[in-house]
Ligand binder design. Structure first.
Ligand SMILES: Nc1ncnc2c1ncn2[C@@H]1O[C@H](COP(=O)(O)OP(=O)(O)OP(=O)(O)O)[C@@H](O)[C@H]1O
Length: 601
């Protein structure tokens, strides 16, 4: 009976196998070639010991196969030598071709898996990234996929042909002498049991080691990204100590895998030698009793070697295979993460009105509740309507839920309860691309991708250079871009570190302007700009916002005095709403926040 843990691990293996099978299916033809080649390969390998045995029998004038009986000793030897050479060259050629085909399939499958992982990870909801450190994800996307690729590139997949060879050898042995054949076949059972035991231990240890590696990478990544803060606060030493501890844990976990890996090779070596000794002892006795020819005994000694060879090699390939299985398991964990935010089914998707003569861009929150974690609501019973073309500011103390409202409106998260409508359509019924085309967001931290200024404005969509220039001019950003060494062709580095945060922000404005969305969201968008640039941008913004609906978040209340309406939030609830003057007259939270800021300035 299998224990429940074994049962579970068998089920996991089966699921992993099915997952790989889906990928293998895409390369059916190449796989079919690899499998067909196995047959001549294994047969030529099984014939060799028989030919050598026959040569010895021929020299010792023992009974031989019929085709050798009519021949003289030298003609027989020549024929056997020729056949042996033939099988050797056949085996090497086929092995090379088969190895090449298998590796090609392997690399293709690995590339497919890497692509799928990337597509899947980038489609996962922001919620997933809240709980998964980026360093851990990168380990899965890189070293786990590499570990799977190693199964193919180190030839570990050859284990399949080795197993097939064992089968052919077993058949050949039974056709020669069943007692010796039975003895050798039986001796393989304890070997297999030991392999299975170590395999399970190794797998668990390897999973642990990969987890530790993920932690190590997550820590490394955090330190590199936050290097500025690390150095400013002199945390190098402290962080190094934390890193050493994680590193130590990783080494310990790897040590365990090495132990199981070595244990399996040593045990196999030992059992293989015992099996050969048993053949020599048992077969030797039969030779002495003249019930077995010396040639057949030699054949069996070679068979014993060849039978255990694949198993012994298994010990070497074992590490790659187990590491590969662990990798598939971890990759599977990610591929199985459900995509929480999906587009509506084809045919059921709604389209936002684009009629130029209709007022569009209405936003409505209906009884919206939202929690990042379980029932800890950061937005509660939120109800408001922003009319087409209206400019509304969201105001409230830190942590009141302003940015969360924006994230919900862009559908980076789904509300726990209630619904959000744009022009009367529930945003869940809109394809995400359609929603994001209508809602343009400018955040405080404008992220830049590696590439030139142009591509950082177009973000992969096709716009003419004139459209790009116009967008930049519209937002008063063109001056700054033209002052860059190569203007619109200036290469920006990853995360835009060769630009100041204000300059990054300016590009973010152009990025939104070119898309000309009906709804604009500005989350502390001008916080990084100096007074001069801010007034330039403010001027551009005023033009950009004509006829558009806008939601503006700003801590500096002086910047939002002119909006149509101000919504005041406190702990996720809407507590006040009205124009600047109305709210000042009310003397509530807004009035006190405003007075405090006025006092401060
Ligand atoms: N990714 C997250 N996971 C868990 N909790 C979060 C997350 N983001 C924000 N919160 C919590 O949600 C609450 C509202 O945060 P939100 O960022 O919406 O506030 P805010 O009003 O925009 O604040 P600020 O003015 O400081 O930007 C806060 O209590 C915050 O701790």
């Amino acid at each position: 009976m299998l224990s429940s843990q074994q049962q579970r691990s068998l089920e996991t293996d089966w699921r992993l196998f099915l997952r790989l099978r889906d990928y293998a299916k895409r390369h059916k033809k190449l796989l079919a070639i690899a499998i067909i080649l196995l047959i001549p390969l294994s047969i030529s390998s099984a014939i060799q010991p028989i030919l050598i045995g026959q040569t010895i029998s021929l020299i010792r004038q023992e009974p031989t196969y019929k085709f050798l009986q009519g021949l003289s000793l030298s003609a027989g030897l020549n024929l056997l030598a020729f056949l042996l050479l033939l099988t050797i060259s056949l085996r090497f050629t086929l092995q090379a071709i088969q190895g090449y085909v298998v590796q090609t399939v392997g690399q293709k499958m690995t590339a497919d898996i890497r692509n799928d992982l990337f597509d899947h990870v980038t489609s996962l909801a922001v919620r997933f990234f809240d709980r998964t450190p980026v360093g851990k994800l990168i380990t899965r996307l890189t070293s786990d996929v590499d570990a799977l690729g190693d199964v193919f590139s180190t030839g570990a997949i050859g284990i399949i042909s080795d197993l097939f060879s064992i089968l052919v050898i077993a058949i050949a042995m039974f056709s020669l002498q069943w007692q010796l054949a039975l003895m050798l076949v039986l001796s393989m059972f304890p070997v297999t049991a030991i392999i299975i035991y170590f395999q399970q231990q190794y797998r668990t240890a390897n999973y642990k080691a990969r987890e530790e590696l993920s932690d190590l990478n997550a820590q490394l990544q955090e330190n590199l990204i936050g290097i500025g803060v690390v150095q400013l606060f002199r945390r190098e030493r402290y962080n190094a100590e934390l890193f050493h501890i994680t590193n130590q844990r990783y080494i310990k976990a790897v040590d365990k895998t090495i132990f199981y890996d070595s244990a399996v090779s040593a045990t196999l070596e030992w059992i293989a030698l015992i099996a050969i000794a048993a053949v020599l002892w048992f077969g030797g006795k039969q030779v002495l009793n003249q019930t077995l020819s010396f040639g057949i005994l030699s054949t069996f000694i070679l068979f014993a070697q060849r039978l255990f060879d694949p198993l012994r090699q298994f010990a070497d390939k074992f590490t790659a295979i187990q590491a590969g299985l662990t990798a598939v398991e971890r990759i599977n964990d990610i591929l199985n993460q459900p995509i929480e935010i999906r587009d509506p089914e084809i045919g059921k998707a709604s389209v936002l009105p684009t009629n130029k003569y209709e007022a569009i861009g209405e936003i409505k929150f209906e009884n919206v509740y939202f929690a990042y974690k379980n029932d800890e609501y950061v937005i509660q019973n939120l109800n408001f309507t922003i009319h087409p073309g209206e400019k509304v500011a969201l105001v409230g103390p830190t942590g009141a839920g302003k940015s969360s409202i924006i994230r919900l409106l862009c559908r980076l998260y789904e509300p726990s309860r209630g619904r959000i409508l744009i022009d009367g359509i529930d945003i869940r019924d809109l394809p995400q691309a359609e929603l994001r085309r209508h809602v343009g967001v400018i955040l405080q931290d404008g992220f830049l991708f590696a590439g030139d200024v142009k591509s950082n404005i177009t973000l992969g969509e096709t716009y003419t250079i004139d459209a790009i220039r116009q967008a930049a001019e519209k937002t008063n950003v063109s001056q700054f871009i033209e002052a860059l060494p190569e203007g619109y062709d200036t290469e920006l580095r990853e995360r835009g570190t060769n630009l100041s945060s204000g300059q990054k922000q300016l590009l973010a404005f152009a990025r939104v302007a070119i898309r000309n969305p009906q709804i604009l969201v500005l989350d502390e968008a001008t916080a990084n700009l100096d007074v001069m640039t801010e007034s330039l941008i403010q001027d551009a913004l005023d033009r950009m916002l004509i006829g558009k609906t806008a939601i503006i978040i700003a801590h500096r209340l002086s910047t939002i005095k002119n909006v149509d309406r101000i919504l005041v939030l406190q702990r996720g609830r809407l507590i006040e709403s009205g124009s600047h003057d109305q709210l000042l007259n009310q003397g509530g939270l807004y009035a006190s926040l405003y007075q405090l800021q006025m006092l401060g300035s």
